[in-house]
Each structure stands twice: as C-alpha cells, then as structure tokens.
Design a protein around this ligand. Structure first.
Ligand code: FE2
Length: 235
C-alpha cells in the first residue's frame, strides 16, 4: 500500500467494552496489524446504547479501559483517540455529555442509525444535530441502511453537513462493492473505517480497501479520502 497516514474512523479495539476486543493483548495485536497497514490514527469507537447503559457509566468505563491500553502500548503503534459508536436514540441531540462522546481530537460524533425504516422525525433530528450542535455528525457504515432509507434522504443529510463513513469491507465484498464505488464516485463516502472487532473474523483491513480504491479510481480518490480524515483532526 503506497499511502501511509491512514485513519481508521471506526473500530472496536478498546478492550472489554463491547463485542470487540476481549483483552489488552488482543487490542495490541489489532493496533499492530493496523500499523503494518499504514494506519497512523485509530478512533476507538465502542458501542454506546442509551437503553442499556448510562453515559456516565460508559464514559468512566471507557476511561479505565483507555488508560489500561495506553499503559501497555509500545513504540510504532498508531495514535489512539477515544470516541463512541452511539446508537441513535430519541433525545440524542439533547444529551448533555455529547462533548465527551465525540472522537477526541475531532468534533466528530459517530452515530449508528437504526436498522428499521427511518422516520421523517428521525431524519430531522439528525439534520438538526448536524446544523446546530457544533459537532460533525458522521453516520456509521452507511452501506448497512439500504432497507431503511433512500439515496435522496442520504443526500439531503450530506447537504446539511453530515458525513458518511463506509466500512472497508463494503469495497471488498462482491455483493456490495459496486454500490460502494458508485457512492464514492458520487461524493457520498467521506470516511473509511474497518469496524474491526478482533484479529480473526473481523480484523483491521483498512489498507485492503484503500488498495482496492486506488486500483479502481486512482491515487486521487485515496488522497481525497485521506485528506478528508486529516481535516477532521485539524478542526
Ligand atoms: Fe461498529
């Protein structure tokens, strides 16, 4: 992979938080795999479900796990930035802890949308959050909502300033890649993430996707994705 300085915007590398990494050792292996792929920055985005957890408890636990991981990290690994993959819930825009839920180093809130048809109210809520909160709303794994919304709605959200994150896999799998490339061509993919959960079935695989993008759409497509990510870290 010719490009370095990649940013993985969506990972479950933080240990013992969710269905991702089960130990510090596994997290270190995942980070090491990421480093070998040219990844320089990794957002740690454990699931947050407001109906199962409360923000205070989540944030305390995240801090403990983050400190534990930092204490074990050696040289040559990517920089890590705590954040969350926030499952959308009504009231998200009013949550007082929003600031603590952003991906640190950025103003980005990674939001996992519901896997059921999106109502007008929900879309309006996300749009309001994007326009008025001062945060950059990023929708997680945009390819997973094909049965929930339309391209027109997604485009309207992008128009309001929402960014779309795609999983690396969507550019690699036979069933999804043509749509992923079409969306990238249409300016509907802004950030990539591996959404890695472990070193086995769902490993860090960002470089594979960037290589596929470079092969199909050229170096410029890769550079613009990389600079879009860097821009978020420079705000
Ligand atoms: Fe995820």
């Amino acid at each position: 992979m010719a490009v370095s300085g990649l940013i993985d915007f969506h990972t479950h590398i933080l240990p013992e938080m969710d269905d991702g990494s089960r130990s510090v050792e596994e997290s270190l292996e995942m980070l090491s795999l990421s480093a070998k792929q040219g990844v320089a920055k990794v957002a740690l985005t454990p699931h947050f479900y407001a109906d199962r957890d409360n923000p205070e408890h989540f944030l305390e636990k995240r801090q403990r796990r983050y400190e534990k991981l930092c204490a074990s990290m050696g040289e040559g690994l990517p920089q890590i930035f705590p954040g969350a993959e926030i499952a959308y819930f009504e009231g998200l825009s009013h949550m007082k802890e929003l600031e603590a839920f952003r991906i640190q180093g950025t103003k980005a809130l990674l939001v996992e949308m519901p896997f059921r048809p999106w109502t007008e109210r929900l879309v309006a809520d996300i749009s309001d959050l994007a326009r008025h909160s001062g945060f950059t709303v990023v929708l997680a794994h945009i390819e997973r909502y094909d049965n929930c919304t339309t391209e027109r709605v997604l485009k309207s959200l992008v128009y309001e300033g929402v960014l779309m994150q795609s999983n690396a896999n969507s550019f690699l799998r036979f069933m999804s890649k043509s749509k992923a490339f079409r969306r990238l061509d249409d300016g509907m993919v802004h950030l990539l993430g591996s959404d890695c959960h472990n070193t086995g079935s769902r490993p860090p695989n960002l470089a594979e996707a960037f290589t596929a993008i470079q092969n199909k759409q050229g170096v410029q497509a890769v550079s613009s994705l990389v600079s879009r990510g860097e821009k978020l870290f420079s705000l």
